[in-house]
Design a protein around this ligand. Structure first.
Ligand code: FES
Ligand code: FES
Length: 127
C-alpha cells in the first residue's frame, strides 16, 4: 500500500526514538498492543516539576503507520500538561498523517499509548 509523504517522513526520520529509565519518578511509561495485528508500542514521557511534559521517547515494533503515529505524538506532547496530552485524539493523528481506514488502528495505538503513559505517571504521584 502507498504511504503518505508525512508517514514516510516520520518512518524514515523517526523523532524521539529511544527509552527513558522506567523507574525514574519523573517518567511515565505506556505500553500497548494492537490485537488486530500484534504490533506493540512503548511511549514514555518525562514531566518537569511544573507538570509539563518536557520530553518524550518511543519504541514501536510495528508497521510504518504505527511508527509514524508514535513519532508524531512524541512531538505533539512536548510542552503540554498531562491533561492537555490526554486530549490528543487518534482522529487528529490519522488526519495529520492521512492514514487510510485500514490503518486507523495504528493511530489508536498511539492515542492509547500516550494515555497509558500519563496514567503511569499519575499513578506514581498519587500513591
Ligand atoms: Fe504488520 Fe502492523 S500489521 S506491522
Ligand atoms: Fe497494526 Fe499498524 S499498528 S498495522
Amino acid at each position: 500500500m502507498a504511504y503518505s509523504d508525512k508517514v514516510l517522513d516520520h518512518y524514515e526520520n523517526p523523532r524521539n526514538v529511544g527509552t527513558f529509565d522506567k523507574s525514574d519518578d519523573q517518567v511515565g511509561t505506556g505500553m500497548v498492543g494492537a490485537p488486530a495485528c500484534g504490533d506493540v508500542m512503548k511511549l514514555q514521557i518525562r514531566v518537569n516539576e511544573a507538570g509539563i511534559i518536557e520530553d518524550a521517547r518511543f519504541k514501536t515494533y510495528g508497521c510504518g503507520s504505527a511508527i509514524a503515529s508514535s513519532s508524531l505524538v512524541t512531538e505533539w506532547v512536548k510542552g503540554k500538561t498531562l491533561d492537555e496530552a490526554l486530549t490528543i485524539r487518534n482522529t487528529q493523528i490519522a488526519e495529520e498523517l492521512a492514514l487510510p481506514p485500514v490503518k486507523i488502528h495504528c493511530s489508536i495505538l498511539a492515542e492509547d499509548a500516550i494515555k497509558a503513559a500519563v496514567k503511569d505517571y499519575k499513578d506514581k504521584h498519587t500513591g
